[in-house]
Design a protein around this ligand. Sequence first.
Ligand SMILES: *Cc1c(COP(=O)(O)O)cnc(C)c1O
Ligand code: SF4
Length: 354
Amino acid sequence: MAWNDWKWQLQNRLLKAEDLIGKLELIEEEKEAFEESKEIFSFAVTPYYLSLIDPSDPNCPIRKQVIPRKEELIRMPNEVEDPLAEQVFMPVKGVTHRYPDRALWYLSHICAVYCRFCTRKRKVSNPEETPSKDEWEAALDYFRTHPEIKEVILSGGDPLTLADHQLDYLLSQLNNIKHINHIRIHSRYPVTLPMRITDSICEIFRKYFPIYMVTHFNHPKELTEDASVALKKLCQSGNLIMMNQSVLLKGINDSEDVLESLNYLLLKAGVKPYYLHQCDEVFGSSGFVVPITRGIEIMYKLRGRRSGISIPTYVKDLTGGGGKIPLNPSYIIENREKGYLMKNYNGDLYEIIH
Ligand SMILES: *Cc1c(COP(=O)(O)O)cnc(C)c1O
Ligand code: SF4
């Protein structure tokens, strides 16, 4: 059936406000934001991901991730085009080599869905940003001649937009580089286009074990039957080790209950919660930002009460390219000459002497 064909889903993405007529009734504020955001950041949603929206709820957590809102047009003084300075740390087109032992490789400008809070909205959806075959070779040469690179992260846009034979080629080339310890793939397709997870792509992944995949679920509603089947396939047929990163988003997942339920559903589907990101300071993101103090409070409520493997590391990726730093609650109440006064998850105080 066409619905289950990932190429059909991509070709039939809804790309403008008029495409939503008869499918989703826009509220006035969304209509205005659609019009005004046109030039700034593309809109796209797969029929599949659109079907997860509750049409009767203007605050639906899926809707807020894909339909533009007025807040997106606001520019705050701290917001920038390229918050993580990815273009600055770019030795070869598409490759961001910020950390000593790993490099991020931007392989496609296409995503199935354009998330309104995307940190790379300056470049995703722009065809000029996808590297050409020559540029692939330049990147591969860079990895080959930099023995300090132990890990390459395939990213984008969505790297699973590439055809199976292209992914097979790139994975085999990376796999042949002796100093590469393991490969990682960052993809949101298990969330927005689970049909992309076919038997044939899983067969390719199997050949290059171990591959670590980091996907991007933000809300329990995204863990549908289709998504769960895709995740199970990735673990069981693709032999992938699955992890998830979420972005902490106002009105979408900024509560301990929503995150607890998301993280347990992920574990049930074979996925380890890896990161919870503080929203990046990208232009137009202020409507999504949750204060860090609130993020820390949420983390405090989860740690200890809930399984340790369900708890991601809450991080801020520093604006300007300083890298990721953890933002976890402080359990240290007092620094003492010999030890600490500490607080456990219940708020009880304990003296640690060393
Ligand atoms: C986030 C990021 C990574 C991966 O960082 P981990 O902490 O290893 O997950 C690598 N390179 C760049 C440029 C990044 O932004
Ligand atoms: S899937 Fe990732 S890269 Fe693509 S729009 Fe969403 S956040 Fe940006």
